[in-house]
Design a protein around this ligand. Structure first.
Ligand SMILES: Nc1ncnc2c1ncn2[C@@H]1O[C@H](COP(=O)(O)OP(=O)(O)OP(=O)(O)O)[C@@H](O)[C@H]1O
Length: 511
């Protein structure tokens, strides 16, 4: 067992460790943390600039970002450290004095920037397109949507990867000693190595290893905890999402504009606007999707748009709030062309609810509803909160206002999305297959809520596959096929006396 004894003497010499411990803490640990923290902060700044350049529309911004990233990610860290530390030594001395410490930080930052830029870019690009659509539908500009929702969400998603980068910097800081650090500037590894050389014993290096682990391991776990907390909010995973059937009975019990059809509910509450669509055309590139659509939607009425997949229903709806721009024709809102309006102003008057809810996942239900009131309408927080609470109460979610979307069922999320759109006080509401992604038992709650809005005088355009809803609630049903309106009329006419062959065939398939 001689070799075991040898190992113990080389690596587990407690005396040698005790001797190095004070300078390991006061010099090594301090300098390693300064090197790693400073280069991570600078790297984050460089990385954010690279990410914004990398997703820019302009080639002239994307190209330099790409070249930078390829170079600093491709070179071994030690090569960059030597090139910067020694190549710029003279300029470094003039600016920073004799110490190579600042150039070491600069070199580590340049390397970290390349990685962090890629981390941010993929984080931002991983945010679903629907998030930006929801921002625009809530009348935010592209810049506001990026600043308020997309970039923070992207950054939050990559938080664990950023911490990995910090850990990488902690480890890479051990290379800076190549530049010839002064004794007071030595980092953990160099302190350990110095003592190992003096004592002829590797125990100080083992202690250095332990120090690295003490920094990196708890940090990883702490960040995973923070990440889960940010993602799910205080309630934790799924705590608000009860069984669908529980939710159905809750909805029944909840007081609010549910399908009670009371006298109060039937009195018009909204000032619905009228839409007149004239010879509307729209194309995605070469693909003509709308081929001359004419449609009148009277104020305070519900129009259901039905038709086979790909017939252009969603596109027609998206033209009404200019999430997509028509190619030709016009849409009038209360007699005024929407094409002449600023899109952000139009979207204050025309709200939209999407198939996949598109709630902002890092915000509670209440914050989702409040956001555009405070940021777009510039309301004081108190007033915005009062309105948001009232809208949430109306959709039966007063109790769930502090839950994040991940803690709500699909039906609840969709009702928050409706409350969020209603909070802007729109004159028209657009619903794009809003129940298609819901579990069957949750569909009715959302449809009943929409029916109640219709009874209260909201002008609504509803793309739906729910034929029962269209028959029961619509004032007008529009059947589209291949980019055209084939037939329009009251529900009885469309469902009981279809005239065109195409509508007959469609109804035979879906009813
Ligand atoms: N962003 C897009 N880029 C290119 N083509 C698109 C885009 N969005 C839709 N399309 C195409 O436009 C046509 C109409 O799509 P649209 O979503 O309006 O139809 P839809 O009637 O709503 O169908 P669905 O019920 O399947 O959503 C389809 O052929 C679709 O593939």
């Amino acid at each position: 067992m001689n070799w075991l004894e040898n190992l113990r003497r080389s690596f587990l010499d407690w005396g040698a460790m005790a001797e190095v411990l004070p300078s390991m803490i006061s010099v090594g640990l301090k300098n390693t943390l300064i090197l790693a923290a400073a280069s991570t902060v600078l790297g984050v700044i460089i990385g954010m600039a690279l990410a914004v350049m990398g997703i820019s529309q302009s080639r002239w911004l994307r190209l330099p970002a790409r070249i930078y990233t390829d170079i600093f990610r491709g070179l071994p860290a030690i090569v960059t450290i030597l090139i910067i530390g020694q190549g710029f030594a003279r300029i470094g001395r003039e600016i920073f004095g004799p110490s190579p410490f600042p150039l070491g930080i600069l070199a580590l930052s340049l390397i970290a920037g390349a990685y962090i830029g890629e981390i941010f870019r993929s984080g931002i690009q991983s945010v679903e397109r629907g998030q930006m659509e929801a921002c625009r539908a809530l009348s935010m500009s592209h810049g506001q949507g990026m600043r308020l929702i997309v970039i923070p969400q992207g950054v939050r998603r990559v938080l664990p990867a950023l911490v990995n980068q910090f850990i990488g910097n902690v480890k890479d800081s051990s290379l800076v000693y190549f530049l010839g650090l002064l004794a007071s500037e030595r980092e953990i590894f160099r302190v350990g190595q110095d003592h190992a050389v003096v004592t002829g014993n590797l125990s100080p290096l083992l202690l250095a290893g332990v120090f690295y682990l003490v920094i990196t391991v708890p940090l990883t776990h702490f960040v995973n905890y923070i990440d889960a907390r940010l993602r799910l909010g205080k309630q934790g995973r799924g705590s608000g999402a009860a069984s669908g059937l529980v939710e159905v009975s809750e909805l029944r019990a909840a007081a609010g504009p549910h399908p009670t059809g009371t006298a109060e509910e039937s009195t018009p509450r909204f000032k619905g606007g009228a839409l007149n669509i004239r010879d509307l055309t729209m194309a995605y590139g070469d693909l003509d999707v709308l081929k001359g659509v004419d449609l009148d939607i009277a104020a305070g009425t519900v129009t259901c748009i039905i038709g086979p997949s790909g017939s252009g229903k969603s596109t027609l709806l998206r033209c009404m709030n200019r999430l997509v721009e028509p190619k030709g024709g016009d849409i009038l809102l209360d007699g005024e062309s929407i094409l002449a309006m600023k899109p952000e102003r139009l979207r204050r008057r025309v709200g939209m609810v999407f198939q996949h809810f598109n709630l902002f996942p890092d915000h509670t239900a209440l914050e989702n509803v409040m956001l555009s009131l405070t940021k777009i309408k510039k309301m004081p927080r108190q007033e915005a909160r009062r309105i948001a609470e009232a809208r949430l109460a109306e959709v039966g979610l007063a109790e769930r206002r502090d839950h994040r979307p991940a803690g709500l069922s699909g039906g609840q999320q969709q009702r928050v999305a409706i409350a969020r759109a209603l909070a802007m006080d729109p004159e028209v509401m657009l619903f794009d297959e809003v129940t298609s992604a819901l579990d069957p038992e949750l569909v009715k709650g959302v449809l009943d809520l929409m029916a109640a809005l219709g009874r209260q005088g909201m002008t609504m355009a509803v793309v739906t596959h729910e034929m029962g809803f269209a028959r029961r609630v619509a004032d007008q049903v529009v059947f589209m096929d291949e980019g055209r309106i084939v037939e329009a009329g009251c529900p009885q006419q469309i469902f009981d006396n279809p005239r065109s062959e195409r509508l007959k065939r469609f109804l035979a398939e879906v009813l």
